[in-house]
Design a protein around this ligand. Structure first.
Ligand SMILES: [Zn+2]
Length: 153
C-alpha cells in the first residue's frame, strides 16, 4: 500500500477527495499534558479534518510523546522497566500480577507506547532497590476448578 496516500485521494471519513500530505506537528496528550511531535508525514483531510497514520506511525508518535512526557514526569523509560523487571527475575506476567494490571499494559510500558503511572513507577523503583522482596509473598496462581466450594476433610 502506498503511504501516505497521494493528494486528492478520497477521505474514508467524509468521502471528499480532499486528502493532502502534511508534516504538521502532531498534538498528543499524555497524562493531561499536550505534546507536539514533529517529523511525521501523514494524510489529513482538508474537508473534515480527519488525520490518517500508518499503523507503525501510531506507535512511533506515542513513543515520541511518552519520551517527552517521561522527562516532565520523571518516569522510567520502557527500556528501564524491562531491564529492572529482568533484573528481578520476573516475567511480564508475574510483574502484571504483582501490580494488578494486564500483561498487555506491561508490554506497552516496555515498548514505550504507554507511560507508567506514578504508582507503578514507584513500585518498580522500590522493588529494584530491594530485590529481596521479590521472593517474599509471591503469589502463584493455579487454574481454578470453578466456583469455590469447601472441600470435605
Ligand atoms: Zn474528510
Amino acid at each position: 500500500m502506498e503511504w501516505p496516500k497521494p493528494e486528492g485521494s478520497q477521505c474514508p471519513a467524509c468521502g471528499q477527495r480532499a486528502i493532502i500530505v502534511t508534516s504538521d506537528p502532531i498534538e498528543q496528550t499524555v497524562s493531561g499534558r499536550e505534546y507536539r511531535i514533529d517529523g511525521f508525514r501523514y494524510n489529513c483531510c482538508t474537508a473534515c479534518g480527519e488525520e490518517y497514520f500508518a499503523s507503525g506511525q501510531v506507535d512511533e508518535i506515542l513513543r515520541a510523546a511518552n519520551a517527552a512526557a517521561r522527562e516532565d514526569f520523571g518516569r522510567l523509560s520502557g527500556e528501564d522497566i524491562a531491564v529492572m523487571r529482568r533484573g528481578l527475575g520476573l516475567t511480564q506476567v508475574q510483574l502484571a500480577a504483582r501490580l494488578g494490571v494486564s500483561i498487555g499494559l506491561v508490554a506497552r510500558w516496555e515498548r514505550g507506547t504507554v507511560l507508567p503511572n506514578a504508582m507503578a513507577d514507584k513500585y518498580l523503583r522500590d522493588l529494584s532497590a530491594h530485590p529481596e522482596l521479590v521472593s517474599e509473598g509471591e503469589l502463584i496462581a493455579r487454574e481454578g476448578r470453578g466456583p469455590y466450594r469447601a472441600r470435605a476433610k
